[in-house]
Design a protein around this ligand. Sequence first.
Ligand SMILES: Cc1cc2nc3c(=O)[nH]c(=O)nc-3n(C[C@H](O)[C@H](O)[C@H](O)COP(=O)(O)OP(=O)(O)OC[C@H]3O[C@@H](n4cnc5c(N)ncnc54)[C@H](O)[C@@H]3O)c2cc1C
Ligand code: SF4
Length: 517
Amino acid sequence: MPSEGYDVVIIGTGAGGGTLARALADAPARILLVERGRFVPREPENRDPAAVWGRRRYQTSERWVDGGGRSFRPYMHYCVGGNTKFWGSVLFRMRREDFGELEHVDGVSPAWPIDYDTLEPYYDRAERLYEVHGTAGEDPTEAPRAPFPYPAVPHAEQVARYVARIREQGLHPSPLPLGLRGPGEPGRCILCDTCNSFPCHRDAKSDADVCCVRPAAARGNVTLWTDARARRLLTDPAGRRVEAVEVDHGGERRRVEASLVVLSCGAVNSAALLLQSANDRHPDGLANSSGLAGRRYMAHLATMMAGFHPFRRNRTVFQKTVAINDFYLRGPDGGHPLGQIQTQGRTHGVMARTAVPWMPLGFFDFWVARGLDWLAMTEDLPRPDNRVTVDAGGRVRLSYGPNNVRAHDRLVREVRRMLRRLGLGIVYAHPRSIHNTTHQCGTLCFGTDPRRSVLDPWCRSHDVENLFVVDASFFPSSSAVNPGLTIVAQALRVADHIRETELRCAGAQDPFPRTGA
Ligand SMILES: Cc1cc2nc3c(=O)[nH]c(=O)nc-3n(C[C@H](O)[C@H](O)[C@H](O)COP(=O)(O)OP(=O)(O)OC[C@H]3O[C@@H](n4cnc5c(N)ncnc54)[C@H](O)[C@@H]3O)c2cc1C
Ligand code: SF4
């Protein structure tokens, strides 16, 4: 087996791995990025709903099984930049309260081992690196904060009218924080209607590929392998250090040795890789002395909703600019938290048809042209039985049953009420299936107690000293905001820690200054 050596190997180039690579790229270290997918090509299909949704052109063809043994095709993208290439780029900070214990109607959301103040400077940096646009001080649940590095994307005219009427209902809509590169500027983001779940045809979306991997890989000390799948981590005889990673690349299995190994394959695949790397010293899976590796999988309860008026066309192209957090920390009657409401990108007929495939496309085209799209999202609570396992043949099994359903149902009712008051009397609600993995997290949670967590507060394995994990696995709770910015912020924090403790070099004072807006 051919063998090569590096100082750091990072497996996976999504929100966590791509960001970490960018933050370490100027360190005096030989860094290898191992990415299972390829670059997403820039091609006409980037903007074609029939290709993206109908033929699922960019989605993996891999199949997993669920807890009931049913096979399904996960909504995952294996490519440079990972799922960030397809994200809606809604880049929220978690609320200060999300870092503590929060009581929900169906149980308690556990505390994080770090607080908001610890992550705040990294949120600042993350927002500069991913060019986040927003307005501070309008969201009632947001911790006091410095201004956003870029101004909020203005609401389109029709959306602005709805926002005024939502305010009249006593709610507090605020600008949705968005990672976009130069919205409205010549040659940059054109605020189009194929953003969320589509790759950007102009490289104007702030994703991990564009913002991090490409700038990192342009440096001489960073090597990027695409089409390279990590198969197994091998430890030294004592089981204390990872000695090498086995990688399928270029038609052969290669052995990569590195002083430091950083796993960032996404919450399901990182857990699966550790479980597959079991050996004599780690019989239940690598770094799994707690027995928690793969457990506590979370994914958000989410319902896509649309309010319609049969005689009112929605002429807005880019409508994804509104957040409503009034029910984030407590329900309308002062009860338990319900979650978050945000506008979604425009739904296309082909996308809507995936819910009811036997209906003619023209039916959907008529209705989506008159719909205002929303997403209602509720915190998912960590349950040990919601878990990732791997069968003898290496296939992933994802056993999941939703919880906190009562809170989510109540949130959906509140959105219906709000839409009806806006005159959008026909409301369609499509709950995401239990197979939806878009906001996966929690399978290798971080904490201070090695018996109750897999990683320490710096995302280093409690059991294996040179192993870090920086994807969404580390989340002890899911909060009810989109996870991306928190993954990025923690990856930047871990990068600082690695620089200080492993590479013995401090980071630059302001590594990601704001570029011209
Ligand atoms: C359609 C869609 C919309 C979304 N919208 C938003 C949004 O608006 N805001 C938000 O915050 N979040 C959003 N998300 C979620 C967000 O994309 C994820 O939370 C985030 O990308 C997770 O980061 P990660 O580092 O954990 O994993 P990923 O970004 O998934 O990266 C994992 C990487 O590891 C690679 N990999 C996996 N296994 C291996 C292996 N064995 N060897 C080598 N490489 C491997 C994968 O190819 C991938 O590149 C969205 C997701 C989707 C799919
Ligand atoms: S041009 Fe802007 S709105 Fe359109 S896909 Fe790219 S980043 Fe998204």
